[in-house]
Write a protein that binds this ligand. Structure first.
Ligand code: ATP
Length: 136
């Protein structure tokens, strides 16, 4: 199958730079599957998993904390706020972040809580746990 280059870049530096047959990502509009020859486009991404496929098999699962995906001829670039390959996820840290966010959202002092921020922290944490466990 035809391959193309995929780059995942964060403010901390590059996380992925490899050749793949398929990239699947969670765009705001729904699940996207990109293969070689896809029309050029830009799409905002949700907090979710990016799956890379090489030689017909999943070669990498990456947790993405929102950002943009750009398709150009023979090149896909994902610019993300944060991105971690499954094997680099500190799952204990993610579970702690999940607990913190859940406690905040259930807290009695509701007026002092930035709900949007806590919900996003919870989504990032759950996504990291899922990606670590190999779930999409
Ligand atoms: P925490 O509360 O644990 O810091 P967070 O969701 O607020 O989690 P971010 O602001 O999204 O963290 O990320 C800050 C940096 O830490 C990024 O470089 C991100 O890749 C990294 N990071 C966050 N959580 C983890 C994790 N569980 N394992 C590995 N790297 C992580």
């Amino acid at each position: 199958m035809k391959t193309f280059n995929v780059n995942i870049v964060t403010p901390d530096g590059p996380v992925v730079d490899t050749n793949v047959e398929l990239v699947s990502a969670k765009a705001q509009s729904g699940e996207l599957g990109i293969m070689a020859g896809h029309v050029p486009m830009v799409a905002p991404l949700q907090i979710g998993a990016v799956r890379l496929v090489t030689d017909g098999k999943q070669s990498e699962l990456v947790a993405i904390s929102g950002g943009f995906l750009e398709v150009r001829p023979d090149q896909v670039t994902i610019l993300a706020q944060a991105a971690e390959k499954a094997e680099n996820i500190d799952v204990a840290r993610a579970k702690e972040a999940q607990q913190r966010a859940e406690q905040l959202l259930q807290s009695k002092q509701q007026e002092n809580i930035d709900f949007k921020r806590a919900e996003l922290a919870l989504k990032r944490a759950i996504n990291r746990v899922n990606v670590y466990e190999g779930k999409l």
